[in-house]
Design a protein around this ligand. Structure first.
Ligand SMILES: [Ca+2]
Length: 319
């Protein structure tokens, strides 16, 4: 009896330990902490409800958008399943519905066909933030042709890129011939479409040499954005730190003292390399996005349940 009791105690202890640990290969389904390091959780999406990403959080970029990338963005390639958001890159062969149209940028309107589709989800016009801790747990595809990203752009309608600022919490693409992790901050130079960059890049072999299974695991990308600086981390390893004293446009505008919105996307081709020989589909999996703020931060957006039907709220909250 005594031995059974001891065994039971050991089993309970082990179970608790198990719960306390995160499986690096799976989404972390434990509830988001409401507070960390004195900062409160102000917004999050755990992507735990199967189906389309919540429409009160996300909208979509559509078509051929930027950088001569190969993919046609469409909502169909974004879905939630098994407690994570999947942005799926697919190889297709179909006519470009906007072939020749001036709705597309010059480089894209002459593409007769769409060879790849993918997804880009954005919080533009729905949620934006100034300062805070941004924590994103994700597993990225690293096959040739992949260009996954977690990034932010300024919301000021009077300003364009790059005057509005850009923060790349995570990008993965081929830099100087090596597949690399990038973490960048960009702002204005006074010249149209020309940015000043505080760039960081590190060959992914730096990570995979230490852990050969690195690419099959989820990792945590984190931004600490304060009135003083932007710090970008990967699994608690500081990749890049940018002082906000540097990030002043020539006209005096300081983009990182203004609100920014979030983009999650899987681009294909361009900086990502040629995906011709890559096996598709490719999946970029995002377990959660969590934003924490202290008194310095601001957050503008709808409350999580605003605009949703009672049924939707019930479906959410009984899940
Ligand atoms: Ca999740």
């Amino acid at each position: 009896m005594k031995i059974k009791l001891i065994n039971l105690i050991i089993m309970c202890f082990a179970a608790q330990l198990g719960l306390a640990q995160t499986n690096p290969y799976k989404p972390d389904v434990r509830p988001a902490p409401q507070q960390v390091d004195g900062k409160k959780l102000v917004w999050h999406d755990e992507f735990n409800i199967p189906g389309k990403p919540k429409s009160d959080n996300w909208s979509y970029e559509e078509g051929f958008v930027r950088n001569r990338e190969l993919q046609w963005y469409q909502p169909d390639n974004a879905f939630c399943a098994d407690n994570r958001l999947v942005l799926e890159g697919r190889r297709v062969n179909k006519p470009n519905p906007q072939y020749g149209s001036d709705k597309l940028p010059d480089w894209a309107r002459h593409r007769e066909n769409i060879e790849f589709t993918s997804a880009c989800v954005i919080t533009k016009d729905k949620h934006s933030w100034k300062y805070g801790r941004f924590e994103i747990r994700a597993k990225i595809p690293t096959e040739l042709g992949s260009w996954p990203a977690i990034w932010l752009l300024g919301i000021n309608p009077q300003k364009g890129w790059p005057d509005n600022g850009e923060i790349d919490i995570m990008e993965f693409y081929i830099k100087n011939g090596s597949p690399s992790i990038l973490a960048n901050v960009a702002w204005g130079t006074g010249q149209k479409h020309v940015a000043k960059w505080d760039e960081f890049y590190q060959a992914i072999s730096f990570f995979t040499d230490k852990d050969p299974d690195w690419t099959n695991k989820y990792h945590i990308w984190r931004m600490e954005w304060t009135p003083t600086a932007i710090e970008l981390y990967l699994d608690d390893y500081l990749l890049n730190r940018t002082s906000l004293d540097e990030t002043i446009n020539p006209d005096g505008y300081r983009p990182f003292t203004e609100e920014q919105y979030l983009l999650l996307n899987l681009a294909l081709g361009s900086n990502g390399g040629d995906p011709t020989d890559t096996t598709f589909p490719l999946q970029y999996e995002i377990d959660y996005v969590r934003v924490y703020q202290d008194a310095t931060g601001t957050y503008n957006g709808k409350k999580q349940d605003e605009g949703r039907t009672n049924e939707a709220v019930k479906a959410c909250c009984t899940h």
